[in-house]
Design a protein around this ligand. Structure first.
Ligand SMILES: [Zn+2]
Length: 367
């Protein structure tokens, strides 16, 4: 079997569930937007700025990592800037062969210049529509679903949950909470999650990235999360092999890990980002290999394309290199993601049957 090449992976259809709008700007766009508003950047040459972002995210310092978002969020404070960033996001993902993406951001972080929450949401949705149309003109089809994020250290989760539901027929397909896990358990936002459940709405929770099993347990069993943002620490509940054979070579699953696997709760794994934040030691040692062997509902995601200097195709290529995956595994991750999307079942099925399966059948047939 010949390993899928990067160029082939770009052309294969991919589905992405975990991508932050403020973590995926083009460096050149940041330079232009910063110049318009007089925001000072550490570098003004786009290539140098791109390297600065990766270096800061790689530094192992949380302060430096957070500083990167200070710059991206600073240049996303007008409707025009939000619209442009969203349009470029849709186009960049489409050109990378992503056919379905859920992109998230926190509306409350874009109010510094007087925009209302509704104006922020509308600007971003308009941008996604614009980028999707530009991609279509270039022969690339992409569908973007938007997730609204509330910051876990703040107290606006109920308001953001209501905002997400208000825009559910306009392109917002889910809700999320993000930010520092330690000290800010998801149960602080229980009223928002209960409201969303009463509204039959979907949500994911960043949990089990920096923090371990209690955070995952709360997200699922107290908050009712449909999916886990990262969830990579679920491996802490998987013991060593007790017998030969079986899925994953006879590993013993604890109660929580067994529940997550039995209920097919999707894990939004982000290999490069998990390595940068220390949630995994390296791509080769990333738990995604074990979680795939054990048939968890594992998905591959980008998290922050700018900070990780990555793309969906690059993440897939890194896994091919580290784990020897072929087209069958890449299709498995892609269908897992599509099955776990927050758009209606019939629409998910259409993308799987009309786009993903025919393309991979050809790739598998010729590999
Ligand atoms: Zn994230």
């Amino acid at each position: 079997m010949v390993a899928p090449s990067y160029a082939e992976i770009v052309n294969a259809p991919k589905a992405l569930l975990h991508d932050h709008l403020d973590g995926g700007l083009r460096p050149a766009t940041i330079v232009e937007l910063a110049a318009e508003i007089g925001h000072e950047l550490p570098e003004t040459d786009p290539d140098a700025l791109g390297r600065w972002f990766s270096a800061a995210a790689d530094s192992g310092s949380l302060e430096r990592y957070l500083e990167t978002f200070g710059h991206t969020v600073a240049v996303m404070q007008t409707a025009a800037a939000l619209r442009r960033v969203a349009a470029e996001c849709a186009l960049d993902l489409a050109l990378d062969g992503v056919v379905y993406a859920e992109v998230r951001y926190a509306p409350e972080q874009h109010l510094e210049n007087g925009l209302t929450l509704a104006e922020v949401v509308e600007a971003v949705l308009a941008g996604f529509a614009e980028g999707t149309a530009q991609a279509a003109a270039l022969g690339r089809t992409i569908r973007i679903g938007c997730l609204l994020t509330a910051m876990r250290h703040a107290a606006r989760s109920m308001e953001i949950a209501e905002l997400a539901v208000a825009y559910r027929d306009a392109g917002v397909v889910g809700f999320d909470i993000a930010g520092a896990e330690a000290g800010y358990p998801p149960t602080r936002h229980l009223d928002a999650f209960e409201y969303l459940q009463r509204e039959n709405f979907h949500f994911t929770i960043h949990a089990g990235e920096a923090f371990g099993l209690p955070s995952i347990w709360q997200a699922i069993q107290w908050c009712g999360a449909d999916r886990l943002g990262h969830g990579v620490r679920i491996v802490d509940d998987i013991g060593p092999a007790e017998s030969a054979g079986g899925l994953g070579g006879g590993r013993r699953l604890g109660r929580l890990a067994a529940y997550v696997r039995d209920k097919r709760i999707p894990l939004e794994l982000c290999p490069s980002s998990n390595v940068q934040t220390g949630a995994a030691p390296s791509i080769a040692e990333h738990p995604i290999g074990l979680l795939r062997d054990l048939r968890f509902r594992a998905t591959v995601n980008t998290d922050n394309r700018l900070m990780s200097g990555t793309s969906m195709s690059r993440e897939m290529a890194l896994l091919v290199e580290a784990f020897g995956y072929g087209w069958a595994e890449l299709q498995w991750f892609t269908i897992n993601a599509m099955k776990s999307a927050f758009i209606p079942f019939d629409e998910r099925l259409a993308i799987i049957n009309d786009t993903i399966k025919p393309a991979y059948a050809k790739l598998i047939g010729t590999a």
